[in-house]
Write a protein that binds this ligand. Sequence first.
Ligand SMILES: *Cc1c(COP(=O)(O)O)cnc(C)c1O
Length: 393
Amino acid sequence: MDWKVPLADLNYDVEEEQAALAVLRSRWLTLGAVTQRFEQEFGRVVGSKHALAVSNATVALHLACRAVGLGPGDEVIAPSLSFVATTNAALYTGASVRFADIRGADDLTLAPQAIEAQITPRTRAIIVMHYGGYPCQMVEIMQIARRHGLAVIEDAAHAPGAWLNDPLGGAARHLGTWGDVGCFSFFSNKNLSTGEGGMLVTDRDDIAAQVRLMRSHGMTSLTWDRHQGHAYSYDVVELGYNYRIDEIHSALGLVQLEKLSAGNARRAAISRRYWQSLHDLSLGPRPLGLPFSHYADPAHVSASAAYHIFPILLPAALDRLAFIDRMRAEQIQTSIHYPPIHQFTYYRQRYPDVMLPFTEDIAAREVTLPLYPTMTDEQVSWVIEAVRRSLAG
Ligand SMILES: *Cc1c(COP(=O)(O)O)cnc(C)c1O
C-alpha cells in the first residue's frame, strides 16, 4: 500500500548509515565499547544511575520482573490498555496479573485508586505504562507502592525523553526513573528506533548487578572482558538468558539519541496542531474524544510528554472500521492502541472475569492518527481534512 501519510516513519539519514558502517569496519560486533557508550549517554539523558542495553523492551521487562523478585504465587498489577508485552513479561516469571482500569477518556493511563483496589496479600509489584509518552500519576502511584511495600516497574516504551515535575519540590524526573526499574523500547516505530533494541534503567545497584548477569546467561565474565584480557574463564551464578544487544544497534541508538529531543519537540508541535484543528469536533452532542488535549497548553501541565502516538476517540455510535476504511481510501494509515490485553483469547481463558469499564469503552472507540517527526505541515493538513470528511461519513 502506497500511503500518502503513513502511521509512522523513520528519521534516518546518512548519520545512521555511517554509524553502522563504522561498527562493521571496527570488526567488533556485539556488546562492547559502542554499547557501553550508548548506555552511558542514555543514562545521562534520563538521569539514571545505571542503564543496561538489551535486545528489546520485552526482555527488559522480563529482566525487571525477575530482578524485583517476581515468581510463582506473586501478583502484579498492570494495565490492560497496553501492548501485550507489558503483562507477558510478568507471566514469564510464573507470577499472575491483576488488571487495573485507566483514569478515563482524557487520560488513558492507570488510575491510582484502581491500582489500590487490586492489591491483595500476594501483590508484589505494579507495572505502569506511560501511554503515548504521557506520564502516569507517578507521585500517587509511588505513595501507594511505598504504603504497601510494592516494587514499581515502568514500561516507558513510549516515553524516552519525557519527564514529570515532582510536586513535592524535587527536581523534574524522567519517566522510567520514578519506580525501581524503567524499560524502554527501540523498536522501529518508537521515538528512538534501532529496529530491535531496548534499555533498562535503575538507580538500584542490586537490580543493575542482577540484570547485568541475567542478560548474558548469568556469566561472571563476558567475551568482551576476555577479548580485553581481563578474564580467562567464567562461572554461571544465575539462571540467565541471551538478552544482549549488538554494536550495530547501539551505534544506531547513539545517533538516534542525539535526535530525540528535536524529534519529540516536532511530535509535540504536530500534536498541538491536531488538538487545535480538531477542537470544534470535541464539542456538541456526539463529540470526538481528544485524550491528553490539556497538553496543548504547556502552562496547564507539570510535565513534558514524549508524544509517541496521537489517539482520538470516535463518537460511540460511529463504526470504527468504516472510519478506518474511509481514511485508508484517502491513503492515510491509522491504527488502534490497543486491543485490551484481557480480551485476547489467551488472557480471556486465563482471566475470564476481568471487567474494566473505561478500558473496554475507550479501546473500542480509539483510533491512532499518523505522528512522526518528519511529517510535513501539508501531511498534517491532509490528515485533519480526512478526519473531518471520514467523521461526516
Ligand atoms: C513496543 C512496546 C513494547 C515492546 O517493545 P519491544 O522492544 O518490541 O519488545 C512494550 N510495551 C509497550 C507499551 C510498547 O509499545
